[in-house]
Ligand binder design. Structure first.
Ligand code: NAG
Ligand code: NAG
Ligand code: NAG
Length: 731
């Protein structure tokens, strides 16, 4: 048995290698050929023929020479915030197996098993070389239909059970939940019959697990999910071939079909033509966009280092990075070096994507419930697939894996889930040139190089790219890109001239029989700012129009900055307003600069959108954390998930909005800033059959944090440091 599977393994490897060789031989722009075309003038040892030969090695091309391939089975934690290792997860599983809650034959599933982070004070005082604080796991399990939160002390094998919460909702779905429910409809002859009646082969079905949301029923005591299907016939892009109006309600625990709603029989299934977006399907077209291969050169290699797997050090920044099944990327203990003292200064204790809310704007039977919470329902990290080297992230990127846990407690590795790389996009860090009228000849320019931490989650059809970009000037830019495939609706219409002007399509006709339904995306970030220490205040710096008195000045009006320190949570519930502008500072009131300004960081909104749904609409109650763009709460280790710990079918009784209503004191306290980045999306034809990326971002920017411009001492680029690799004449 063992020998057989080993053999199969070798065959697989052999097959993969062959495939690779084949690709390299046939694809004109494959890196091996590119290397051949390069003629590097040799200024540095980087640009040598030796390197070129190395880069012809297909192994190296696919497995960049960096610490990407780790032996997870022997990994040990080095830092109090390091995620649980495979060995630790296995220990937790063994401990749980002998616990009374799990050792009978009753049904149980683990919905979450992650590190329980030590208390903040413990982490803040821990130093490299100190023994690690006790390693603990935080577990969410469902046993016989009840949700339990447990804490497992891995060192002492002690299990503490926190009995079920009083708040509504169920834990995040497991991958097994999602994989199994999509087959449930096939157990009913009614479903099979309607599929066949619509002329679809049962073997062509592709079905999606769609969270059912919550719509006001208070006595629904079971986990429900809706399943909708598509046909894969003649396309990989089955999302564009919906079987419209057919919705199957399934009990997620028993896998029983509860109800079938079969309404769209007269709606044709859109054709498969033009839906395949893969290069293999597109590269035969007469008109293609041809660009020469592109990459940035780092003759001395990247400037960042990764210590003990999770500690990233780059330029003046240092932070801890890990993957999380629910949040995706977690950045912790972000510190920046002070250019005067050389000391590392605290900026942010922890930052991550806390929740996403994606309501669709179609109130009809097969659509009204589409009000996704992608982190708390599906697991934003669970849905983050391996990144594609050279396309998702440039050469010299460092790839980090996620170690997650299946429902039965088995650990597994999601490889290359996060990447870290330096970006040089040709931008300018700062500059000045002097006009000849001054008689001084000056042209001082610094290129802008940044460090990006990236993840891309594919939550079924949609792809979310989340970037944390660190700048040497102290700024952190958090950017969300939306791509992937629209969730579309089938329609009898093939042209807008058939549509009555009064009729609401709930979206845009994108192609024959395909409507892109209007929807919103909200991505809420948890930002535990610790600006030079934990006790901070939130200050609204409001710009107000002042009128001058008659005769005082030729000017009638000017703007004045009026500072208001938020005393309690309600003072910090912020709706953005263009005609009543403010800056939003997180300051340390007990730490002043040389000239007496409190040190701070400000959150700088970029393009964004606000939810306009009725506040009493059930989805908006659940998504009430989007009622404001900014909130500030006092630090509380159990308030991290903006939609609540148990979001699935929740009623909105454990959201950020509920916590904030307590109106706790937040002045000169350890505070957490919450920012929601929003998008309204009215689909357009360019979004078919796959969407070009749309991005938006916000910044965390130092404000009187440094004594002066912190990047004066970064050097300019010089010709001698940058070898030129140019295409050979034959190319
Ligand atoms: C389950 O665990 C409890 C408490 O540890 C123990 O009393 C009981 O005998 C165990 N049952 C089985 C079937 O192992
Ligand atoms: C429905 O079709 C599937 C696929 O052919 C089959 O496996 C299943 O048994 C069918 N269900 C019923 C109730 O006939
Ligand atoms: C911390 O959060 C939990 C959950 O919202 C809440 O029950 C508790 O009262 C909070 N503690 C404080 C001190 O606010």
């Amino acid at each position: 048995m063992e020998g057989k599977s080993l053999l199969r393994f070798f065959f697989l490897i052999f097959g993969v290698t062959l495939l690779l060789l084949f690709t390299l031989l046939n694809f004109p722009y494959a890196p091996s050929d590119t290397a051949e075309l390069l003629d590097c003038t040799t200024y540095s040892p980087w640009c040598t023929s030796k390197n070129r030969i190395q880069s012809k090695n297909p192994q190296l091309i696919n497995n960049p020479p960096n610490p990407t391939r780790r032996r997870h089975s022997t990994a040990v934690p080095h830092h109090p915030l390091d995620p649980l290792t495979i060995q630790e997860i296995n220990k937790v599983r063994t401990i749980l197996q002998s616990h009374a809650l799990f050792n009978s034959t009753t049904s149980h599933a683990l919905h979450s098993l992650v590190l329980q982070e030590p208390d903040k004070q413990v982490v803040l005082t821990w130093q490299k070389g100190d023994p690690l604080p006790p390693r603990k796991a935080s577990v969410v399990a469902r046993v016989n239909g009840a949700s339990h939160e447990l804490t497992v002390n891995i060192n002492t094998r002690e299990v503490t059970v926190h009995h079920t919460r009083s708040s509504s909702g169920y834990p995040m779905m497991t991958m097994e939940d999602m994989n199994s429910v999509i087959w449930a409809p096939l157990a009913t002859s009614e479903f099979n019959r309607t599929i066949i009646e619509r002329g679809i082969d049962l073997s062509d079905l592709a079905c999606l697990p769609i969270s059912s949301g919550w719509f006001g029923k208070t006595k629904e005591q079971r986990r429900l999910i809706k399943v909708q299907c598509y046909t894969m016939k003649d396309t990989v892009n089955f999302y564009m071939r919906p079987i419209e109006g057919l919705t199957v309600l399934v009990d997620m625990d028993t896998k029983q079909v509860v109800e079938i709603s079969d309404q769209g029989k007269n709606i044709p299934i859109p054709e498969a033509a033009n839906t395949d977006y893969r290069f293999s399907a597109q590269n035969t077209h007469q008109y293609r966009i041809l660009l020469n291969p592109i990459s940035i050169e780092q003759p001395k290699g990247p400037s960042f280092t990764v210590e003990d797997e999770h500690l990233i050090k780059w330029a003046n920044w240092e932070f801890h990075l890990k993957a999380d099944p629910r949040a995706g990327v977690v950045i912790s203990r972000a510190t920046v070096q002070d250019p005067e003292t050389g000391k590392l200064r605290n900026v942010m204790y922890k930052g991550f994507t806390s929740e996403l809310f994606v309501p669709y704007m179609d109130p009809t039977d097969a659509w009204y419930f589409k009000t996704y919470m992608d982190a708390g329902e599906y697991g934003f990290g669970l849905q983050a697939m391996p990144l594609d080297p050279l396309n998702d992230c440039p050469r010299n990127a460092y790839y980090m894996d996620g170690v997650f846990v299946a429902a039965d407690g088995t650990p597994y590795v999601r490889s290359n889930m996060i990447c870290v790389f330096e970006r040089y996009a040709g931008d300018i860090g700062w500059r000045h040139s002097e006009s000849p009228i001054t008689g001084i000849e000056i042209r001082e320019v610094r290129p802008k190089v940044t460090l990006v931490v990236r993840m891309a989650a594919s939550v079924a059809n949609y792809d979310y790219i989340v970037d944390w970009e660190f700048q040497t000037d102290g700024l952190i830019k958090v950017k969300v890109g939306l791509s992937g495939i629209l969730m579309v609706k089938g329609t009898p219409y093939v042209n807008m001239n058939q549509v009555n002007q009064q009729e609401d399509l709930y979206g845009t006709l994108l192609s024959e029989n395909v409507i892109g339904v209007i929807h919103d995306h909200y991505v809420t970030f948890y930002l535990d700012m610790d600006v030079d220490g934990s006790d901070n205040s939130f200050v609204k710096v409001n710009l107000q129009t002042q009128q001058t008195s008659p005769g005082e000045s030729p000017r009638r009006s000017y703007l004045k900055a009026v500072r208001n320190v938020a005393k309690t949570e309600k003072d910090a519930q912020i709706k953005l307003k263009l005609y009543d502008p403010s800056e939003f500072h997180v300051i340390n009131p007990s730490k002043k600069t040389r000239v007496g300004n409190p040190v701070g960081y400000k959150v700088v909104p970029g393009g964004t959108a606000a939810s306009l749904l009725d506040l009493d609409d059930p989805p908006q109650k659940r998504g009430a954390f989007t009622n404001n763009q900014i909130w500030v709460t006092p630090y509380n280790q159990s308030e991290q998930w903006a939609g609540g710990l148990f979001v699935y079918q929740s009623h909105g009784d454990d959201t950020l909005a509920v916590w904030s209503e307590r109106d706790r004191a937040i002045e000169n306290e350890d505070i957490v800033l919450w920012y929601t980045l929003g998008f309204h999306h009215i689909p357009c034809q360019e979004d078919f059959p796959i969407m070009p990326t749309v991005s938006s971002s916000f910044d965390l920017k130092p404000v009187n944090f440094f004594e002066s411009n912190p990047i004066l001492r970064s050097p300019p680029n010089a010709e001698k440091d940058l070898p030129i690799c140019k295409a050979a004449a034959s190319a």
